[in-house]
Design a protein around this ligand. Structure first.
Ligand SMILES: [Zn+2]
Length: 198
């Protein structure tokens, strides 16, 4: 079996591999996916700005299972949940994916694997692009934001010195928002039911 390498090829379409063969041949795949080509992230991304660099190394893990070492680095834009303006989000992840034949829903070994390791069912053909896009999706923040008082739109409004009323309204709103309780992990919001009698 030759150590075939899947190089930087057509990065817009699917990248089909046989995981078992890819792992045994210790094949490599390296590519740059422009944000615009990430079709599974289309609904999530705020713009087509940015790209991600992907590196995949095939090998057999300690249990002789076909495995992929995946490294993804790059930057894409998501919409800020406060002001909806695009904001740059850094993508940086490294994962170890091992393939198991006849994987059951509750694979006992999966729990021992740790956070940077996944166990997937072994299939004859796998779309690397789909797999990588799913990994990127999982790593993106659910509700990104510029942070309290840091949205660019807000800065614009408060810098309008001529309209004192508007500035006052927005600063008042800011006070109200920061005064809203929440995120406080104290016992005020949560009532624990103690069933000590059982
Ligand atoms: Zn914002």
């Amino acid at each position: 079996m030759s150590g075939d390498k899947v190089g930087v090829m057509d990065t817009d379409g699917p990248v089909l591999i046989d995981p078992r063969q890819f792992a045994r041949a210790r094949s490599h795949f390296a590519a740059i996916f422009p944000a615009a080509s990430l079709s599974r992230l289309e609904d999530v991304l705020a713009s087509s700005e940015g790209s991600v660099q992907v590196l995949v190394d095939g090998h057999l893990d300690a249990y002789d299972r076909p495995s992929l070492r995946v490294v993804i680095k790059g930057c894409v834009e998501l919409a800020c949940r406060r002001c909806l303006a695009p904001m740059a989000i850094t993508v940086a992840l490294g994962r170890e994916l091992s393939f198991v034949e006849g994987l059951s829903e509750f694979e006992p070994s999966a729990e021992q694997e740790g956070d940077d390791r996944d166990v997937l069912p072994l299939v004859a053909q796998l779309d690397l692009r789909e797999l990588l896009e799913e990994e990127i999706l999982l790593t993106l923040p659910m509700a990104p934001s510029h942070g309290p008082g840091k949205c660019p739109n807000r800065v614009e409004v408060s810098s309008v010195r001529g309209d004192g009323t508007r500035v006052a309204v927005f600063s008042k709103l800011g006070e109200m928002l920061s005064a809203v309780p929440g995120g406080d992990a104290g016992d005020s919001g949560i009532r624990e039911k103690k069933n000590a009698g059982d």
